[in-house]
Design a protein around this ligand. Structure first.
Ligand code: SF4
Ligand code: FES
Length: 258
């Protein structure tokens, strides 16, 4: 039970309810009181679900795991913005103090044909896994872990690789893009490995396969609106898409010459 205090908020929450992929959905309206500004956004949903369960209603399905901004599962459109109004912040890291007493919040699932709704706010992001499986890895011999310093990596390259490795695969880039493009996600994975010597052996093959998979999954093409980078909680820069395009052209030229 949440204790009432003078700072607690009352909110109207409109939530997309959809029982299954092949069933129609609608926005359902809920009033919720006694929300502390110190709660996280997902804790607010926990309180709402507690109320629904006590009333004998179906709780709202939403994805979450780490609740620390690491796993990338907690994507929700909040008032039309992926992960809500704060930059570089996942839904689980968002606090209710970001909203005002009396606010109306509209919660929807990621919108993209390639991310079908499973239930309520939960979408199927397996298309991302299939893009990774098509080439987002390095093939290595199994055995003992190699010496960390065995292959020197220049500092600037290491920084670029780490910057792109920060992608948590949340899908906000796709959800924010009017074309539902997955280019920021794919570019982060390609750029990460293309900056490391360990990724060199499969560099050309990787980008060709990942772009082909991305297109086959039904994601749209990038038209440089930049919404993806603006909504990315991991701060993946738009420049990574330019890197992806360069890697792709480079690989195409190399395959033509072979
Ligand atoms: S690029 Fe950013 S928005 Fe897109 S999946 Fe990765 S972390 Fe999420
Ligand atoms: S629950 Fe893991 S990033 Fe939000």
């Amino acid at each position: 039970m949440i204790a009432h205090n003078s700072d607690s908020m009352k909110l109207t929450v409109k939530v997309w309810r959809q029982p299954a992929t092949d069933k129609p959905g609608h926005l359902a309206t809920y009033e919720i009181a006694n929300i502390s500004p110190d709660m996280s956004f997902l804790e607010m949903l926990d309180v709402l679900n507690e109320q629904l369960i006590l009333k004998g209603e179906e709780p709202i399905a939403f994805d979450h795991d780490c609740r620390e901004g690491i796993c990338g599962t907690c994507g929700i459109m909040i008032n039309g913005q992926p992960h809500g109004p704060d930059n570089n912040t996942t839904t689980c890291q968002l606090h209710m103090r970001r909203f005002k007493n009396g606010d109306t919040l509209i919660l929807e699932p990621w919108r993209a044909n390639a991310f079908p709704v499973i239930k309520d706010l939960v979408v199927d992001r397996a298309a991302f896994d299939r893009i990774i499986a098509s080439g987002g890895y390095v093939s290595i011999n199994t055995g003992n872990a190699p010496d960390g310093n065995a292959i020197p990596v220049p500092g600037t390259m290491q920084e670029k690789a780490m910057e792109n490795a920060a992608c948590i695969g949340c899908g906000a880039c796709v959800a924010s893009c009017k074309n539902a493009s997955a280019m920021l996600f794919t570019s982060a994975k390609v750029a990460h490995l293309s900056h490391l010597p360990q990724g060199a052996a499969e560099r050309n093959e990787r980008v060709l396969k990942m772009v082909a998979r991305m297109d086959a999954e039904g994601f749209g093409n990038c038209t440089n609106t930049g919404e993806c980078a603006a909504s990315c909680p991991a701060g993946i820069p738009l420049a990574s898409i330019a890197r992806l395009n360069r890697e792709y052209i480079r690989a195409l030229l190399a395959s033509d010459q072979s």
